[in-house]
Design a protein around this ligand. Sequence first.
Ligand code: ADP
Ligand code: MG
Length: 432
Amino acid sequence: MDKLTIRDVDVAGKRVFVRVDFNVPLADGKVSDDSRIRASIPTIATLLNAGARLVLASHLGRPNGKVQDGLRLRPVGLRLTELIRRNVPVTGDALGIGTEDAVKRLRPGELLLLENLRFHPEEEANDPEFAAALAEYADIYVNDAFGTAHRAHASTVGIAKVLPAYAGLLMEREIAMLSKLMEAPVRPFAAILGGAKVSDKIEVIDNLLKRVDLLILGGGMANTFLLAQGKAIGKSLAEPDRVDDARRILATAEKNGVRVVLPVDVIVAKEVTRGTEYKTLPAEKIPASWHIVDLGKASQDLMVGALAGVKTVFWNGPLGVFEIPSFAHGTNAVARMLADRADAGATIVVGGGDSVAAVTKQGLAERMTHISTGGGASLEFLEGRELPGITVLQDRPVPEKKTAARKTAAKKPATAEAAAKKPTTPKSETPA
Ligand code: ADP
Ligand code: MG
Protein backbone atom coordinates (compact mmCIF):
# COMPACT_ATOMS: atom_id res chain seq x y z
CA MET A 1 0.00 0.00 0.00
CA ASP A 2 2.56 2.50 -1.11
CA LYS A 3 0.86 5.80 -1.84
CA LEU A 4 2.15 8.96 -3.47
CA THR A 5 2.66 11.70 -0.89
CA ILE A 6 3.11 15.45 -0.92
CA ARG A 7 6.82 14.75 -1.32
CA ASP A 8 6.10 13.48 -4.83
CA VAL A 9 4.48 16.63 -6.20
CA ASP A 10 5.52 20.21 -6.87
CA VAL A 11 2.90 22.41 -5.24
CA ALA A 12 4.46 25.83 -5.84
CA GLY A 13 1.69 28.29 -6.69
CA LYS A 14 -0.89 25.51 -6.81
CA ARG A 15 -4.15 25.47 -4.92
CA VAL A 16 -4.18 22.45 -2.63
CA PHE A 17 -7.25 21.08 -0.83
CA VAL A 18 -6.08 19.43 2.39
CA ARG A 19 -8.52 17.18 4.25
CA VAL A 20 -7.37 17.32 7.86
CA ASP A 21 -8.83 15.71 10.95
CA PHE A 22 -9.62 18.63 13.23
CA ASN A 23 -12.32 16.69 15.02
CA VAL A 24 -11.02 17.80 18.41
CA PRO A 25 -12.70 18.02 21.82
CA LEU A 26 -13.99 21.48 22.78
CA ALA A 27 -14.66 22.80 26.27
CA ASP A 28 -16.13 26.25 26.94
CA GLY A 29 -15.75 27.15 23.28
CA LYS A 30 -12.02 26.31 23.26
CA VAL A 31 -10.00 23.40 21.97
CA SER A 32 -9.29 21.25 25.03
CA ASP A 33 -6.93 18.79 23.31
CA ASP A 34 -5.07 20.06 20.27
CA SER A 35 -3.06 16.90 19.50
CA ARG A 36 -4.86 16.30 16.21
CA ILE A 37 -4.20 19.90 15.14
CA ARG A 38 -0.53 19.58 16.04
CA ALA A 39 -0.30 16.28 14.19
CA SER A 40 -1.33 17.98 10.94
CA ILE A 41 1.24 20.78 11.16
CA PRO A 42 4.10 18.99 9.35
CA THR A 43 1.90 18.66 6.27
CA ILE A 44 0.52 22.20 6.48
CA ALA A 45 3.96 23.73 7.04
CA THR A 46 5.57 21.71 4.25
CA LEU A 47 2.92 22.78 1.76
CA LEU A 48 2.97 26.45 2.80
CA ASN A 49 6.75 26.59 2.67
CA ALA A 50 6.64 25.09 -0.81
CA GLY A 51 4.44 28.00 -1.91
CA ALA A 52 1.05 26.29 -2.06
CA ARG A 53 -2.28 28.06 -1.51
CA LEU A 54 -4.08 25.90 1.06
CA VAL A 55 -7.75 25.18 1.51
CA LEU A 56 -8.04 23.18 4.73
CA ALA A 57 -11.20 21.23 5.44
CA SER A 58 -12.44 19.08 8.31
CA HIS A 59 -15.49 17.91 10.12
CA LEU A 60 -16.15 18.53 13.79
CA GLY A 61 -18.54 16.42 15.85
CA ARG A 62 -21.84 15.14 14.55
CA PRO A 63 -23.97 18.05 13.38
CA ASN A 64 -25.96 15.65 11.15
CA GLY A 65 -26.11 17.88 8.12
CA LYS A 66 -27.26 21.03 9.93
CA VAL A 67 -25.48 24.16 11.04
CA GLN A 68 -24.77 23.95 14.76
CA ASP A 69 -23.11 27.01 16.22
CA GLY A 70 -21.38 24.94 18.92
CA LEU A 71 -19.63 22.91 16.22
CA ARG A 72 -18.20 25.79 14.20
CA LEU A 73 -14.49 25.51 13.44
CA ARG A 74 -13.61 29.02 14.65
CA PRO A 75 -11.92 27.82 17.88
CA VAL A 76 -9.89 25.39 15.78
CA GLY A 77 -8.85 28.17 13.39
CA LEU A 78 -7.75 30.27 16.36
CA ARG A 79 -5.69 27.43 17.82
CA LEU A 80 -4.05 26.70 14.48
CA THR A 81 -3.31 30.42 14.06
CA GLU A 82 -1.47 30.35 17.40
CA LEU A 83 0.41 27.17 16.55
CA ILE A 84 1.66 28.16 13.10
CA ARG A 85 1.76 31.92 13.73
CA ARG A 86 -0.13 32.68 10.55
CA ASN A 87 -3.65 33.94 10.25
CA VAL A 88 -6.09 31.11 9.52
CA PRO A 89 -9.46 32.58 8.55
CA VAL A 90 -12.46 30.27 8.75
CA THR A 91 -15.10 30.68 6.05
CA GLY A 92 -18.75 31.10 7.07
CA ASP A 93 -19.72 28.03 5.06
CA ALA A 94 -17.87 25.32 3.12
CA LEU A 95 -19.76 26.41 -0.02
CA GLY A 96 -20.95 29.73 -1.44
CA ILE A 97 -19.76 32.77 -3.36
CA GLY A 98 -17.99 34.30 -0.36
CA THR A 99 -15.94 31.15 0.14
CA GLU A 100 -15.18 30.86 -3.57
CA ASP A 101 -13.90 34.46 -3.57
CA ALA A 102 -11.80 33.89 -0.48
CA VAL A 103 -10.22 30.83 -2.12
CA LYS A 104 -9.51 32.80 -5.31
CA ARG A 105 -7.81 35.57 -3.33
CA LEU A 106 -5.38 33.14 -1.61
CA ARG A 107 -1.77 33.88 -2.50
CA PRO A 108 1.07 31.37 -2.37
CA GLY A 109 1.89 30.58 1.25
CA GLU A 110 -1.60 31.58 2.45
CA LEU A 111 -4.33 29.36 3.83
CA LEU A 112 -7.91 29.27 4.98
CA LEU A 113 -10.11 26.74 6.74
CA LEU A 114 -13.54 25.82 5.38
CA GLU A 115 -16.40 25.73 7.87
CA ASN A 116 -17.40 22.30 9.26
CA LEU A 117 -18.03 20.06 6.24
CA ARG A 118 -20.70 18.07 8.07
CA PHE A 119 -23.02 21.10 8.19
CA HIS A 120 -23.89 19.77 4.71
CA PRO A 121 -25.60 16.36 4.65
CA GLU A 122 -23.93 15.80 1.26
CA GLU A 123 -20.57 15.36 2.99
CA GLU A 124 -21.38 12.10 4.77
CA ALA A 125 -23.55 10.98 1.83
CA ASN A 126 -20.47 11.26 -0.41
CA ASP A 127 -22.59 13.30 -2.82
CA PRO A 128 -20.74 13.65 -6.14
CA GLU A 129 -21.93 17.24 -6.74
CA PHE A 130 -20.76 18.33 -3.30
CA ALA A 131 -17.42 16.60 -3.92
CA ALA A 132 -17.15 18.35 -7.30
CA ALA A 133 -17.89 21.74 -5.68
CA LEU A 134 -15.07 21.14 -3.16
CA ALA A 135 -12.78 20.01 -5.95
CA GLU A 136 -13.39 23.35 -7.75
CA TYR A 137 -11.32 25.04 -5.03
CA ALA A 138 -8.10 23.27 -5.92
CA ASP A 139 -5.68 21.67 -8.38
CA ILE A 140 -4.48 18.98 -6.01
CA TYR A 141 -6.03 16.98 -3.18
CA VAL A 142 -4.17 15.90 -0.07
CA ASN A 143 -5.61 13.62 2.60
CA ASP A 144 -4.00 13.94 6.02
CA ALA A 145 -7.11 12.87 7.95
CA PHE A 146 -6.22 9.31 8.92
CA GLY A 147 -8.87 9.36 11.65
CA THR A 148 -11.58 9.68 9.00
CA ALA A 149 -10.01 7.41 6.38
CA HIS A 150 -12.41 4.55 7.20
CA ARG A 151 -15.35 6.70 6.08
CA ALA A 152 -16.27 7.12 2.42
CA HIS A 153 -17.37 10.75 2.49
CA ALA A 154 -17.28 13.53 -0.12
CA SER A 155 -14.11 15.06 1.33
CA THR A 156 -12.32 11.75 1.83
CA VAL A 157 -13.33 9.75 -1.24
CA GLY A 158 -15.55 11.71 -3.65
CA ILE A 159 -13.11 14.58 -4.17
CA ALA A 160 -10.14 12.21 -4.52
CA LYS A 161 -11.77 10.78 -7.62
CA VAL A 162 -11.83 14.24 -9.22
CA LEU A 163 -8.41 15.64 -8.29
CA PRO A 164 -4.96 14.04 -8.28
CA ALA A 165 -4.86 12.67 -4.74
CA TYR A 166 -1.83 12.45 -2.43
CA ALA A 167 -1.24 11.34 1.16
CA GLY A 168 -0.17 13.94 3.69
CA LEU A 169 2.76 13.30 6.00
CA LEU A 170 0.60 12.23 8.94
CA MET A 171 -1.37 9.86 6.74
CA GLU A 172 1.90 8.49 5.40
CA ARG A 173 3.23 7.90 8.91
CA GLU A 174 0.03 6.23 10.11
CA ILE A 175 0.03 3.88 7.12
CA ALA A 176 3.72 3.09 7.53
CA MET A 177 3.49 2.36 11.26
CA LEU A 178 0.36 0.23 11.04
CA SER A 179 1.58 -1.60 7.93
CA LYS A 180 4.76 -2.49 9.77
CA LEU A 181 2.67 -4.17 12.46
CA MET A 182 0.76 -6.11 9.84
CA GLU A 183 3.62 -7.05 7.56
CA ALA A 184 6.94 -7.10 9.31
CA PRO A 185 6.68 -6.87 13.10
CA VAL A 186 9.91 -7.52 14.95
CA ARG A 187 9.21 -10.43 17.33
CA PRO A 188 8.09 -11.01 19.95
CA PHE A 189 4.98 -9.08 18.95
CA ALA A 190 2.30 -8.40 21.59
CA ALA A 191 -1.21 -7.04 21.31
CA ILE A 192 -2.79 -5.51 24.39
CA LEU A 193 -6.52 -5.06 24.14
CA GLY A 194 -8.81 -3.55 26.69
CA GLY A 195 -11.60 -1.01 26.78
CA ALA A 196 -15.27 -1.37 27.26
CA LYS A 197 -16.69 -3.72 24.68
CA VAL A 198 -15.34 -6.93 23.22
CA SER A 199 -17.82 -6.71 20.34
CA ASP A 200 -15.88 -3.72 18.91
CA LYS A 201 -12.65 -5.70 18.91
CA ILE A 202 -13.44 -9.27 17.86
CA GLU A 203 -12.39 -8.77 14.25
CA VAL A 204 -9.16 -7.04 15.18
CA ILE A 205 -8.33 -9.82 17.65
CA ASP A 206 -9.09 -12.44 14.98
CA ASN A 207 -6.71 -10.78 12.58
CA LEU A 208 -3.98 -10.11 15.15
CA LEU A 209 -4.09 -13.75 16.32
CA LYS A 210 -2.48 -14.68 13.00
CA ARG A 211 0.43 -12.39 13.78
CA VAL A 212 1.13 -11.92 17.48
CA ASP A 213 3.09 -14.03 19.97
CA LEU A 214 1.34 -12.61 23.02
CA LEU A 215 -2.19 -11.36 23.62
CA ILE A 216 -2.90 -9.43 26.81
CA LEU A 217 -6.54 -8.82 27.64
CA GLY A 218 -7.89 -6.43 30.26
CA GLY A 219 -10.53 -3.81 30.88
CA GLY A 220 -14.24 -4.47 30.57
CA MET A 221 -13.83 -6.68 27.55
CA ALA A 222 -11.70 -9.21 29.48
CA ASN A 223 -14.77 -9.94 31.61
CA THR A 224 -16.43 -11.73 28.71
CA PHE A 225 -13.32 -13.94 28.47
CA LEU A 226 -13.53 -14.67 32.20
CA LEU A 227 -17.14 -15.72 31.61
CA ALA A 228 -15.95 -17.94 28.77
CA GLN A 229 -13.64 -19.64 31.28
CA GLY A 230 -16.61 -20.31 33.54
CA LYS A 231 -15.74 -17.68 36.14
CA ALA A 232 -18.25 -15.53 37.99
CA ILE A 233 -17.90 -11.78 37.38
CA GLY A 234 -20.67 -10.32 39.56
CA LYS A 235 -22.21 -7.14 38.17
CA SER A 236 -19.22 -6.40 35.90
CA LEU A 237 -19.65 -5.07 32.40
CA ALA A 238 -19.73 -7.99 29.95
CA GLU A 239 -21.37 -9.20 26.77
CA PRO A 240 -22.81 -12.66 27.44
CA ASP A 241 -23.80 -12.98 23.76
CA ARG A 242 -20.08 -12.80 22.90
CA VAL A 243 -18.96 -15.61 25.18
CA ASP A 244 -18.84 -17.99 22.19
CA ASP A 245 -16.57 -15.56 20.33
CA ALA A 246 -14.34 -15.33 23.39
CA ARG A 247 -14.16 -19.14 23.62
CA ARG A 248 -13.33 -19.39 19.94
CA ILE A 249 -10.61 -16.74 20.27
CA LEU A 250 -9.04 -18.59 23.21
CA ALA A 251 -9.09 -21.84 21.22
CA THR A 252 -7.55 -20.20 18.14
CA ALA A 253 -4.85 -18.62 20.28
CA GLU A 254 -3.95 -22.02 21.70
CA LYS A 255 -3.88 -23.56 18.24
CA ASN A 256 -1.69 -20.73 16.90
CA GLY A 257 0.68 -20.89 19.87
CA VAL A 258 -0.25 -17.39 21.03
CA ARG A 259 0.16 -16.88 24.77
CA VAL A 260 -2.95 -15.25 26.25
CA VAL A 261 -2.71 -13.35 29.51
CA LEU A 262 -5.97 -12.59 31.31
CA PRO A 263 -6.37 -10.91 34.71
CA VAL A 264 -5.71 -13.25 37.65
CA ASP A 265 -6.81 -10.74 40.24
CA VAL A 266 -8.93 -7.63 39.91
CA ILE A 267 -10.04 -4.55 41.77
CA VAL A 268 -13.77 -4.70 42.36
CA ALA A 269 -15.95 -1.77 43.37
CA LYS A 270 -19.46 -1.41 44.73
CA GLU A 271 -20.22 1.17 42.04
CA VAL A 272 -18.34 2.37 38.98
CA THR A 273 -17.89 5.83 40.48
CA ARG A 274 -15.37 7.90 42.34
CA GLY A 275 -15.18 7.51 46.12
CA THR A 276 -16.90 4.13 46.24
CA GLU A 277 -15.85 1.13 48.35
CA TYR A 278 -13.35 -1.18 46.59
CA LYS A 279 -11.00 -4.11 47.19
CA THR A 280 -8.85 -6.68 45.39
CA LEU A 281 -10.14 -10.21 44.70
CA PRO A 282 -8.89 -13.20 42.70
CA ALA A 283 -10.50 -13.17 39.24
CA GLU A 284 -12.37 -16.39 39.99
CA LYS A 285 -15.64 -15.87 41.79
CA ILE A 286 -16.63 -12.26 42.04
CA PRO A 287 -19.62 -11.89 44.38
CA ALA A 288 -22.88 -10.79 42.79
CA SER A 289 -22.87 -7.17 44.01
CA TRP A 290 -19.38 -6.11 42.81
CA HIS A 291 -18.03 -4.64 39.55
CA ILE A 292 -14.58 -5.38 38.13
CA VAL A 293 -12.98 -1.98 37.51
CA ASP A 294 -9.20 -2.52 37.28
CA LEU A 295 -6.37 -5.05 37.32
CA GLY A 296 -5.10 -6.25 40.68
CA LYS A 297 -1.41 -6.09 41.57
CA ALA A 298 -0.78 -9.73 40.63
CA SER A 299 -2.31 -9.17 37.17
CA GLN A 300 -0.22 -6.04 36.69
CA ASP A 301 2.95 -7.91 37.60
CA LEU A 302 2.00 -10.81 35.35
CA MET A 303 1.34 -8.54 32.37
CA VAL A 304 4.35 -6.30 32.91
CA GLY A 305 6.46 -9.46 33.22
CA ALA A 306 5.02 -10.93 30.04
CA LEU A 307 5.96 -7.72 28.20
CA ALA A 308 9.57 -7.84 29.39
CA GLY A 309 11.20 -8.92 26.15
CA VAL A 310 8.69 -7.75 23.55
CA LYS A 311 9.95 -5.87 20.49
CA THR A 312 6.63 -4.77 19.00
CA VAL A 313 3.35 -3.82 20.69
CA PHE A 314 -0.04 -2.65 19.58
CA TRP A 315 -2.20 -1.35 22.40
CA ASN A 316 -5.84 -0.43 22.18
CA GLY A 317 -8.18 0.03 25.11
CA PRO A 318 -7.50 0.96 28.76
CA LEU A 319 -7.18 -1.92 31.22
CA GLY A 320 -9.60 -0.45 33.74
CA VAL A 321 -11.89 2.49 34.39
CA PHE A 322 -8.86 4.77 34.14
CA GLU A 323 -10.94 7.96 34.29
CA ILE A 324 -11.18 7.30 38.05
CA PRO A 325 -7.65 7.54 39.51
CA SER A 326 -8.14 4.64 41.97
CA PHE A 327 -8.96 2.38 39.03
CA ALA A 328 -6.16 3.50 36.69
CA HIS A 329 -3.38 1.39 38.23
CA GLY A 330 -3.40 -1.39 35.63
CA THR A 331 -3.53 1.02 32.71
CA ASN A 332 -0.77 3.15 34.21
CA ALA A 333 1.51 0.21 35.05
CA VAL A 334 1.28 -1.14 31.51
CA ALA A 335 1.75 2.35 30.02
CA ARG A 336 4.94 2.83 32.06
CA MET A 337 6.25 -0.56 30.98
CA LEU A 338 5.55 0.25 27.33
CA ALA A 339 7.33 3.59 27.59
CA ASP A 340 10.35 1.72 29.00
CA ARG A 341 10.18 -0.82 26.17
CA ALA A 342 10.02 2.02 23.63
CA ASP A 343 13.07 3.64 25.24
CA ALA A 344 14.82 0.28 24.85
CA GLY A 345 14.13 0.34 21.12
CA ALA A 346 10.88 -1.61 20.83
CA THR A 347 8.15 -0.36 18.49
CA ILE A 348 5.17 0.69 20.60
CA VAL A 349 2.01 1.77 18.81
CA VAL A 350 -0.99 3.04 20.77
CA GLY A 351 -4.35 3.56 19.09
CA GLY A 352 -7.80 4.48 20.39
CA GLY A 353 -9.17 7.71 21.82
CA ASP A 354 -9.30 6.62 25.45
CA SER A 355 -6.04 4.65 25.37
CA VAL A 356 -4.23 7.65 23.95
CA ALA A 357 -5.88 9.90 26.55
CA ALA A 358 -4.66 7.56 29.30
CA VAL A 359 -1.09 7.59 27.99
CA THR A 360 -1.13 11.35 27.46
CA LYS A 361 -2.52 11.95 30.96
CA GLN A 362 0.59 10.24 32.37
CA GLY A 363 2.91 12.29 30.19
CA LEU A 364 4.13 9.16 28.41
CA ALA A 365 2.89 9.90 24.87
CA GLU A 366 6.21 11.38 23.72
CA ARG A 367 8.08 8.21 24.62
CA MET A 368 5.89 5.87 22.55
CA THR A 369 6.93 5.09 18.99
CA HIS A 370 3.62 6.08 17.50
CA ILE A 371 0.36 7.42 18.84
CA SER A 372 -2.31 6.86 16.26
CA THR A 373 -4.68 9.79 15.71
CA GLY A 374 -7.38 7.43 14.47
CA GLY A 375 -9.11 5.09 16.92
CA GLY A 376 -11.71 3.46 14.68
CA ALA A 377 -9.52 3.85 11.61
CA SER A 378 -6.53 2.12 13.23
CA LEU A 379 -8.72 -0.78 14.35
CA GLU A 380 -10.21 -1.20 10.88
CA PHE A 381 -6.73 -1.08 9.40
CA LEU A 382 -5.56 -3.84 11.74
CA GLU A 383 -8.66 -5.86 10.99
CA GLY A 384 -7.10 -6.09 7.54
CA ARG A 385 -9.82 -4.03 5.90
CA GLU A 386 -9.31 -1.55 3.14
CA LEU A 387 -9.85 2.02 4.25
CA PRO A 388 -11.69 3.82 1.45
CA GLY A 389 -9.91 7.13 2.12
CA ILE A 390 -6.54 5.41 1.63
CA THR A 391 -7.48 3.16 -1.28
CA VAL A 392 -8.55 6.16 -3.36
CA LEU A 393 -5.15 7.90 -3.09
CA GLN A 394 -2.75 7.47 -6.01
CA ASP A 395 -0.52 4.41 -5.80
CA ARG A 396 3.20 4.85 -6.10
CA PRO A 397 4.21 3.32 -9.40
CA VAL A 398 6.14 0.14 -8.66
CA PRO A 399 8.89 -1.08 -10.97
CA GLU A 400 7.39 -4.17 -12.54
CA LYS A 401 8.05 -7.51 -10.86
CA LYS A 402 10.45 -5.88 -8.45
CA THR A 403 9.94 -8.42 -5.68
CA ALA A 404 9.72 -11.36 -8.05
CA ALA A 405 13.00 -10.27 -9.60
CA ARG A 406 14.69 -10.13 -6.24
CA LYS A 407 13.54 -13.62 -5.30
CA THR A 408 14.28 -15.34 -8.57
CA ALA A 409 16.96 -13.15 -10.14
CA ALA A 410 19.58 -15.90 -10.07
CA LYS A 411 17.36 -18.43 -11.77
CA LYS A 412 15.47 -16.24 -14.20
CA PRO A 413 17.48 -13.45 -15.78
CA ALA A 414 14.46 -12.64 -17.97
CA THR A 415 12.56 -11.40 -14.93
CA ALA A 416 15.43 -9.24 -13.81
CA GLU A 417 15.58 -7.80 -17.30
CA ALA A 418 11.93 -6.88 -17.19
CA ALA A 419 12.52 -5.16 -13.88
CA ALA A 420 15.57 -3.37 -15.28
CA LYS A 421 13.41 -1.56 -17.84
CA LYS A 422 11.91 0.37 -14.94
CA PRO A 423 9.31 2.20 -16.95
CA THR A 424 7.80 3.71 -13.81
CA THR A 425 10.64 3.68 -11.31
CA PRO A 426 10.28 6.64 -8.94
CA LYS A 427 13.21 9.06 -8.93
CA SER A 428 14.46 8.07 -5.50
CA GLU A 429 15.02 4.50 -6.61
CA THR A 430 16.92 5.27 -9.79
CA PRO A 431 20.49 4.07 -9.36
CA ALA A 432 22.89 7.00 -9.19
P1 ADP B 1 -10.39 3.30 23.07
O1 ADP B 1 -11.09 4.63 23.02
O2 ADP B 1 -8.96 3.43 23.51
O3 ADP B 1 -10.57 2.51 21.82
P2 ADP B 1 -12.62 2.04 24.34
O4 ADP B 1 -13.46 3.17 23.92
O5 ADP B 1 -12.84 0.72 23.72
O6 ADP B 1 -11.08 2.43 24.23
O7 ADP B 1 -12.80 1.80 25.92
C1 ADP B 1 -12.54 2.81 26.85
C2 ADP B 1 -13.49 2.74 28.01
O8 ADP B 1 -13.48 1.45 28.60
C3 ADP B 1 -13.11 3.71 29.09
O9 ADP B 1 -14.12 4.68 29.21
C4 ADP B 1 -13.01 2.84 30.35
O10 ADP B 1 -13.57 3.45 31.50
C5 ADP B 1 -13.79 1.62 29.95
N1 ADP B 1 -13.42 0.47 30.76
C6 ADP B 1 -12.23 -0.11 30.90
N2 ADP B 1 -12.27 -1.13 31.77
C7 ADP B 1 -13.53 -1.20 32.20
C8 ADP B 1 -14.22 -2.05 33.15
N3 ADP B 1 -13.60 -3.03 33.79
N4 ADP B 1 -15.54 -1.82 33.35
C9 ADP B 1 -16.17 -0.85 32.69
N5 ADP B 1 -15.59 -0.01 31.80
C10 ADP B 1 -14.28 -0.19 31.57
MG1 MG C 1 -13.19 5.12 23.19
